[in-house]
Design a protein. Structure first.
Length: 473
């Protein structure tokens, strides 16, 4: 998208009341639990009044970026962290987060999950005023806007955040270290998730509740759309943006369908339960006579269980995933890419041969994965293949941070279901419908962003804004 990068990422922020405590190790564990939200880079910024500001980041998985030594060096009773998702062509260390501007006696550090659709325009305004940018990141734009409002225009932090958010169009969940305090912000549409938990004298902000579970913190609540929280003493101080409650809520449905971990609960709705419901809804729509229901591991396991329970058809594993295949190695040739699929997934021939199978996957985006996957399954010689998909046809790009693909690449934007079935060479293909998905999530349709499946976006999309494609071996 016009040189900007999209951020479907994981963010964390921790504040401890006791200034002698270091919270970076806890941030590290939270990021570890959010690794599924981004494998390209990871970073932590920490602060304490006496020891000042520290920052460390690098490319790759959290375990390869941080050693014990680096975590120890990140002293401070406040810290924020970030894991970054990969998109094609944006893999560079300058885009790692938290994003930091350090100007001697003060600093701003920010971790951002989301995508600002008018960032080109905002960046241009700042560049005209003499601001210099070192990354392609939207987060850098937000950081400089905040610097301008707080340090140059002398607004207090809350007023500065208000002024910045007024100009932002798009999605953002933010954790910010500014003026030696921790703030959390969630955009007024609530597109990206953000929640808060407590552990002894600490408050923890994180994209998903699974991060709280791993550090044994107690979930307090979701941050409300349009809410700014900051932590002082032992309290959550809350401030609502002027725009809160004045725009359409738009929680991203894809968090429930694919992106979030099933053991997370987002905006009061458990992801695992939603995926089980998706399976039951698929059975209602497509009551197929088959011998076994097989998931594409791991994300489709709950949906396959849901289908199996609703239908009485046994659930069975038919594909085994190699959990040690990283997402970040580069395969330049088609042959190597095919090899990568085989490295990642291998069919259990005995479980498939001669059987009528229902294979369930969470989504079809470009269709390349399904094609390769089904070729593998066919080698195991099933009698019939019925492929069911837990996301309605993705017909339009996401501009709010889920780098799916451009319209040209999206298979369902270019072919109808029958044509796709034919291309995949299977007996039947069934997508969940939008009403059935909405029912499975259990949230009124008006509160969801369904832009990628119905082209009804919650904001204006600037003309010429290009979508990005996610990167996957
Ligand atoms: P494809 O149709 O080849 O684009 O691949 C679709 C598969 O990739 C889905 O079954 C998901 O498991 C996964 N997937 C879908 N959307 C994304 C995304 N935005 N980022 C990463 N993986 C995705």
């Amino acid at each position: 998208m016009q040189g900007e990068m999209e951020d479907k990422c994981g963010i964390v922020g921790i504040h401890a009341k006791d200034s002698s405590k270091d919270v970076a190790p806890l941030v590290y564990y939270c990021l570890y639990a959010l690794q599924h939200r981004g494998q390209e880079s990871a970073g932590i910024a920490s602060f304490n009044q006496e020891k000042g500001f520290k920052h460390y980041y690098g490319m790759g998985l959290i375990t390869s970026v941080f050693s014990d030594e680096e975590i120890k060096n990140l002293e401070g009773n406040m810290a924020i962290g970030h894991v970054r998702y990969s998109t094609t062509g944006q893999s560079k260390v300058e885009n790692s987060q938290p994003f930091v501007i350090d100007f001697g006696d003060s600093f701003i550090a920010m971790a951002h999950n989301g995508d600002i659709v008018n960032s080109d325009e905002l960046k241009k305004e700042l560049m005209d005023e003499g601001f210099y940018f070192r990354s392609d990141s939207d987060s850098e734009v937000i950081c400089y806007m905040l610097k301008k409002e707080h340090y140059d225009n002398k607004k207090n932090v809350l007023e500065a955040i208000e002024a910045v958010c007024k100009k932002l169009v798009g999605s953002y969940a933010l954790t910010i270290l500014i003026d030696g305090e921790l703030y959390g912000v969630r955009d007024p549409m609530g597109i990206k998730p953000l929640a808060v938990a407590k552990r002894q004298d600490k408050f923890i902000l994180a994209s998903e509740t699974v991060a709280f579970d791993v550090i044994n913190a107690e979930f307090v609540r979701d941050i409300m759309p349009g809410e700014v929280v900051h932590f002082k003493n032992d309290e959550i101080n809350s401030h609502m943006l002027e725009s809160a409650g004045k725009c359409k809520l738009s929680h991203c449905m894809f968090e429930y369908v694919y992106f979030a971990r099933p053991d997370s609960t987002i905006d009061g709705i458990n992801v695992y339960k939603t995926r089980m419901n998706i399976g039951a809804q698929l059975h209602k729509l497509y009551p197929i006579d088959a011998d076994v229901v097989i998931p594409v591991p791991d994300s489709s396991i709950p949906a396959a269980i849901g289908y199996s329970r609703a239908s009485g058809i046994p659930y069975g594993e038919g594909l085994i995933k190699n959990r040690y295949v990283g997402r970040t190695f580069i395969m330049p040739t088609q042959e190597e890419r095919e090899l990568a699929v085989r490295l990642k997934l291998n069919p259990i021939k005995d479980a498939i041969k001669g059987k009528k199978i229902i294979l369930i996957d969470d989504s079809i985006v470009r269709g390349t994965t399904s094609k390769q996957l089904l070729d593998l399954v066919k080698e195991a010689e099933p009698a019939e293949i019925h492929f069911l998909v837990g996301c309605p046809p993705v017909i339009s790009p996401c501009y709010y941070g889920v780098a799916m693909a451009t319209k040209k690449e999206l298979i369902a934007a270019n072919y109808n279901t029958e044509e796709i079935r034919e291309q995949l060479g299977i007996d039947s293909l069934g997508y969940i419908t939008i009403p059935a998905l909405v029912e499975a999530i259990g949230m009124p349709e008006e509160k969801l962003c369904l832009g990628c499946i119905n082209e009804d976006y919650p904001t204006e999309i600037p003309e010429g804004l290009e979508a990005e494609t996610y990167y996957k071996p």
